[in-house]
Design a protein around this ligand. Sequence first.
Ligand SMILES: *Cc1c(COP(=O)(O)O)cnc(C)c1O
Length: 490
Amino acid sequence: MKSAAKSELFRELPSVDELVRAPRFAALLEEHGATAITDAIRSGIARLREQISSGLLDGAGLGLALEGLNGAVEAQLRTVLSSSLRPVINATGVILHTNLGRAPLAEHALAQVREAGLSYSNLEFDIEAGERGKRDVHVDRLFRKLLAESLPSLIETAASAVPPGRSPAAPSTISTIVVNNNAAAVLLALNTLAEGGEVVVSRGELVEIGGSFRIPDVMAKSGATLREVGTTNRTRIGDYEKVINERTRLLLRVHRSNFEITGFTEQPSIEELVALARRRGIPLMEDLGSGALVDLEKFGIQGEATVLDGLRGGVDVVTYSGDKLLGGPQAGLLSGRSELIAQMRANSLFRALRVDKMTYAALEATLLAYVKHEYGKVPALRMMSLSKEEIGARAESVASRVPSGKVKIEIIDGESVIGGGAAPSSVLPTRLLAVTCSGVSADELSERLRASDPPVIARVEEGRVLLDLRTVFPEQDHLIVDALEHVVHF
Ligand SMILES: *Cc1c(COP(=O)(O)O)cnc(C)c1O
């Protein structure tokens, strides 16, 4: 196109101001306000300008595009002004699904967040004394209660655990502080306890946890030097003992979380590590990751070490996540000997890694459920405790409500998993909806389910779409029915 013709077209473009005031944009203007409309119209016009420059639009094309400007502006407003973060239905059966936001919060925890968020609070204010307070008192008090209840003898154990020559006068109770996530907790602990020194870790525990948390990398950032011992499958207590020298600051045990090493393996017991740590006067830290606060055997999960197991066993500091097995908000918790925790609190990194009032509110409410033994209030624990029969009955009910036709649903046995790096090998028996649709591939079917509102996220296995209602809230079951009903009308 000649440049003369192009400048002719440019002249036909209406001005942004003129369009904003045009009657055809009045409704959108009323709904979204002048700023949003002006921006959307401006970018619509800019797009037309580009198309004219690159010769994509002639006179007729421009006429059509201008007529369609309403639709384009509306679509743009919808994308820009709607939330990108939105609820989805987790039908994968993975309870702590990292990509889907890990633990859903308890209703009462959210109510607490609302209260704390909507008004001022005593976050850092001592109401009685009328002066500045500390934000960590809010959850520390509940942790003390939980720990004292489960470990009546812990306080004494910890007191006797102070190695000779290490501030024996310091009160050796257990304290807890909260940071942004467990990765931050590990970073803070390593930096506080071992910066400039060495940390001994077994080669079998140099793990990567989803989202690029790698022990060697975090170690490097903390300023501590990693001292690897043993081999991938076998590490003995003697391996730790051999490398301890005057630069050794910490023995670190890392929960393998997302995998297991089986076969010809060996790993020192916590007792052996505690004994060695005591003998040499070096603290022992355990990065638990998932960190259950109660014994999960009552929920059918075997062999998942709890935070209390570690502390009871004499571990000096335990780090764990708030949004894994604990079932609360994203947070990293450090529980351990008060004098070590006090050092971490005094580290300026703690200030950089601290959490917001909303996290404290949600965490405190979640912990209260534990203190009151109201485990059913914590969604992650509630989902874990559902029986295969309960889930099966709901699956039957969903299947019976989907009109028979192209969609075929079978109810089959399957397994739900905990996820979030917890109990890698423990699975929970469940019943699954196995869905196929004639003429539609399983991948296409799962894509259509994701396109529902709210999106339904499912698993695809052996040419079928599998839906596990364990992770679907019962009040969402009807949305699964709707989604299955609509996958055929695409
Ligand atoms: C999950 C996990 C982490 C990381 O915790 P975030 O809360 O995701 O930061 C670190 N270590 C272990 C052993 C874990 O399981």
